[in-house]
Structure formats: structure tokens, C-alpha cells
Ligand binder design. Structure first.
Ligand code: NAD
Ligand code: ZN
Length: 341
């Protein structure tokens, strides 16, 4: 089969012929239809510091995908060949305290598909049956392909009661713009989002943000006066930029709630006065709830959530390099590659 492989400890990715994997006990083999490019895949492509200490080549990358079940391992129940599915990208141990307490999204032994084990940037992938998420016929594959990052946005945004609240999001990458869409979908009041990229801010506005701020031209902190509010009720840091995080804390209302999703560089400073004297609640977010977030995403899309607005590019898999270039330039929302052409 063809697969996009991180072949060696250096920048780049290559399309290679590799053997089709076989599903073991409690696993299934999927034939992929679509694979989306995640920011994580771009880190692996560029071979940055995080990738260097995390990825062990050779590795097939990719954890945002949709395909059909074509092989079923021993012991799998409840699935049938031909069924169209996506899959949760975090494989958990199932036996630790959190897994057994019904909180597998907090499993300390989590492995990432396409990060710590071969992933779905390939014609076929093997995943644990317990990670599968069936896709209803009404949801097209190009949207189901990126439920994983939609789930990051949903897990982050839906932990708060956003109805009538003022929401600030820093970072209008694909996850930030989907979070803005969710805030609109559930009835927030002001939905302000910042970025350094006008193209992405335009996508965010289209998705439901009420005010966009390009921080290369405007100061985020000025927004409080403009909106005539004392601060935001909910903040979501989705840029990974320390300056954005600092400004976000500054703009929070007393007693506000903050979620950190963006990966901040090691040693990024925090103005703890903002947290302490305003009594902020700060919450780290990793992954998605298994599988409550998947349930909510599916139902939101079936009831009119405009997920398609986050999708800007569809490419045949042969052009995956073009997709990575678009991602590196930030001139895109979600980029989805197709295996079926
Ligand atoms: P992305 O890199 O596409 O988006 C980040 C955005 O932040 C970009 O559009 C960038 O232009 C913008 N940005 C840069 N500097 C900024 C600044 N000073 N102010 C405002 N915006 C600024 O990433 P994404 O895929 O949307 O993911 C968002 C973040 O979440 C990334 O840091 C990613 O690594 C992280 N992430 C975390 C999890 C998790 O489980 N915690 C999962 C997926 C992604
Ligand atoms: Zn566990």
C-alpha cells in the first residue's frame, strides 16, 4: 500500500510502498477514504523540537481520517465490514485508575495514532475497535475526516456554559475557528477571536465570530473599551503563543474561566497576578472526551453546525506536499487529502 512516512530523523515526509498491516485481536483494518492534515503532522514534517523528542522514525503519520472497515480481528463485536468510520486518535490503556473510572481522556498512558504508532496517512490503517466512531450516512467523508480536531474545539468549548457569555479565543487556526463556530451555535454573546493572519480571521468571522482582531495591527487589550465590558467570561487559548496567552489573561473578567489548548513553548511566562487576584479558573485541555465529545460533534453536524466552513482545500493524495505547504503558510483552514481518486 501507499503511505506517507516519516522515514528518517530529518525534515520532510515521503510517499512509500509499505506492507498492508493485519488487524490483531480487538482491532480492525480500515481502508481510508480521506485523511486531513493536522498541525501536529506539520510539526512532524518540519521536524521541530517537539517532533525530535517525540517521533521515532520510520512512522506512518496521520490521525485525522475516515474510511471503511475491511478487516475485523478476533474478539471485535458490534462492527461490520463496509461500515464507514472515523476513529479517536488517542489509544488509552483501559486498565489505569482514570480509564476504569470512566475518564479515559485523562489516561496517563495515552498513545497517539500517527504519533506513537502507525497512522492514517495511508491506504490502510489498523486501529483498536474501541476507538472507532461510526459516521452517519448524512455526514460526508470530507467533513468526518476532521472530527478529531473538531473534537478538540468541542471538548474545549462545551465544558463551559457559553449561553449569553462573552468569549475570547486567541488563535484562529482550524481549532480556534471551529471553537468560535461552537460558541455561536450554542448562543454566546460577544465572540472575539485574534490571530496574525487575515485569511484565517475571515474564516473565523464566517464561522460565527462577532469581532476579529489582527494583533499585528490592533491591541487585543483595547477590545474591552470598545465592547464596554469589564472582561470576558470565557477564554480559550488556541494559538500556543505566550503573548496571546498573556493578553487573554489580562482581558478576563474576575472569576472567568480559561481553557488552555494551544501548546505553549517550554518556559513561557505567566502573569500569575492575573490568575490569582481575578480568581480565574485555568483548565488544561488534551484531546476529546471518549466518547461524549464524538456524540456531541455528530449531533451538532446533523442539526446544522456549519462544519464545512472550516474546510478550505481538498487535494488528491498525490498532492499531499501542496497541502503541507498551505498549512505552513497558514493560507488555509482544514486541508483534506483523498485516497479514492
Ligand atoms: P494552528 O497552528 O493552525 O493555529 C494557531 C493559530 O494561532 C495560527 O492561525 C496562528 O497564526 C495564530 N497565532 C500565532 N500567533 C498569534 C498571536 N500572537 N495571537 C493570536 N494568534 C496567533 O493550530 P490548530 O491546529 O488550530 O491548533 C491550535 C493549537 O492547539 C496549536 O498550538 C496546537 O498545537 C494545539 N493543539 C492542542 C491539542 C490538545 O489536545 N491540547 C490538540 C490539537 C492541537
Ligand atoms: Zn488508562
Amino acid at each position: 500500500m501507499r503511505a506517507v512516512v516519516k522515514a528518517s530523523a530529518a525534515p520532510g515526509l515521503e510517499m512509500r510502498e509499505v506492507p498492508i498491516p493485519a488487524p490483531g485481536a480487538n482491532e480492525v483494518l480500515l481502508k481510508l477514504e480521506k485523511t486531513a492534515i493536522c498541525g501536529t503532522d506539520l510539526h512532524i514534517y518540519q521536524w521541530d523540537e517537539w517532533a525530535q523528542r517525540t517521533i521515532k522514525p520510520p512512522l506512518i503519520i496521520g490521525h485525522e481520517f475516515v474510511g471503511r472497515i475491511v478487516g475485523i480481528g478476533e474478539g471485535v463485536r458490534g462492527y461490520s465490514e463496509g461500515q464507514r468510520v472515523s476513529a479517536e486518535g488517542h489509544v488509552v490503556c483501559g486498565v489505569c485508575r482514570n480509564c476504569r473510572a470512566g475518564k479515559p481522556h485523562l489516561c496517563p498512558h495515552t498513545e497517539g495514532i500517527g504519533v506513537n504508532r502507525d497512522g492514517g496517512f495511508a491506504e490502510y490503517v489498523v486501529v483498536p475497535a474501541s476507538n472507532l466512531w461510526p459516521i452517519p450516512d448524512e455526514i460526508p467523508s470530507e467533513l468526518a475526516a476532521f472530527f478529531d480536531p473538531f473534537g478538540n474545539a468541542a471538548h474545549c468549548a462545551l465544558q463551559f456554559d457559553l449561553v449569553g457569555e462573552d468569549v475570547l479565543i486567541t488563535g484562529a487556526g482550524p481549532i480556534g475557528i471551529m471553537a468560535a463556530g461552537i460558541a455561536r451555535h450554542v448562543g454566546a454573546r460577544h465572540i472575539v477571536i485574534s490571530d496574525v493572519n487575515d485569511h484565517r480571521l475571515e474564516l473565523a468571522r464566517n464561522m460565527g465570530a462577532t469581532r476579529t482582531i489582527n494583533v499585528t495591527r490592533e491591541n487585543l487589550r483595547d477590545i474591552l473599551g470598545e465592547l464596554d465590558i469589564d472582561g470576558f467570561d470565557v477564554g480559550m487559548e488556541m494559538s500556543g503563543n505566550p503573548q496571546a496567552f498573556g493578553d487573554l489573561l489580562h482581558c478576563m473578567y474576575h472569576g472567568g474561566r480559561v481553557a488552555l489548548l494551544g501548546l505553549l513553548p517550554k518556559g513561557a511566562g505567566v502573569d500569575w497576578d492575573q490568575v490569582i487576584f481575578k480568581g480565574l479558573q485555568v483548565h488544561g485541555i488534551y484531546g476529546r472526551r471518549m466518547y461524549e465529545t464524538w456524540y456531541k460533534m455528530t449531533q451538532m453536524v446533523l442539526t446544522g453546525f456549519p462544519l464545512r466552513k472550516a474546510l478550505t482545500h481538498q487535494l488528491p493524495i498525490e498532492q499531499f506536499e501542496t497541502g503541507f505547504e498551505l498549512m505552513a503558510a497558514g493560507e488555509c483552514g482544514k486541508v483534506v487529502c483523498d485516497w479514492t481518486g
